[in-house]
Design a protein around this ligand. Sequence first.
Ligand SMILES: Nc1ncnc2c1ncn2[C@@H]1O[C@H](COP(=O)(O)OP(=O)(O)OP(=O)(O)O)[C@@H](O)[C@H]1O
Ligand SMILES: [Mg+2]
Length: 293
Amino acid sequence: MSSAEKAAQALPALENYDLRVLQAIELGMIQHQIVPHDEVLRYSGLNINEIDHRLDNLYQNELIYRERDPYLGYLMNYNGYDLLALNALVKADILEYLGPSIGIGKEADVFEGVTPDNKTVAVKFHRLGRTSFRDTKRKREYLSDRRHTSWQYQSRLAAETEYKALQLMYEAGVNVPEPIYQNRHAIVMQYIEAVQLSEIIELMEPEIFLDDILTNMKKAYKVGVVHSDLSEYNILIDSDTHVWIIDWPQYIPKDHYNAEEILKRDIGNITYYFKRKFGTEMTRTEAIDFVKN
Ligand SMILES: Nc1ncnc2c1ncn2[C@@H]1O[C@H](COP(=O)(O)OP(=O)(O)OP(=O)(O)O)[C@@H](O)[C@H]1O
Ligand SMILES: [Mg+2]
């Protein structure tokens, strides 16, 4: 089971005080690698009799880790972070429940979700610096390496950046999923019923699709944005043969020192893919000319 599914399963059984203790650990992690027991107490504002069985409960639900060395303290893991994000989405009336997984990858997990008015949405959890704590040796190494402790920060930043890109692109008329909401490392967006370009074997008129993709990139470039991870995996095609450009957390502004190179790579990926797979003739240079002018 993925961590978001674990979180979704644990959420209904938790009480407000459990969530308060989990949030106290989240807050404590800004300053501590292992949040000391006393700090959990302080941040949560609960009394000592209340807190210990809450901590046990969170621990049994695998939402936190408990450390005894060098002192008694706690860490939130991805299950816990997912749970806090899900809880916020539910409280904000954005999400009723989490549906099946659409894609579990290295840097993100994407799920279908259902809204209170019964619409399907896509929920994407960003995961950077993810470490499995299955064996204790790895856990020790992880804890002693300060760089890694920012997984929480990195994942939230990726979600914020992608959400901002989606807003910009949506306003600029680029075919992207409509952004709906963002909390912590999670974003909620329009669900696109479509398949990845990489899975499509045959296109009737590939030139039209290529042109459509480049027109979208041109619109993005016009408002100063280069996607920078453009490939057949981040382009979806729906049953009305519309193209959708997804996966924007690494976008860069066109005045970035490296923007030219990255634009070339993005566009080159697409013209090369179309040439190889569908036999189109447009060159990278022609395509870049089209996008920039
Ligand atoms: N809005 C959406 N509607 C429908 N499906 C989506 C949506 N967003 C993403 N997906 C599906 O989830 C997959 C992964 O999404 P995305 O490309 O945004 O994440 P990623 O960072 O590439 O994740 P990974 O590390 O798994 O590659 C997509 O290829 C697509 O199949
Ligand atoms: Mg992707």
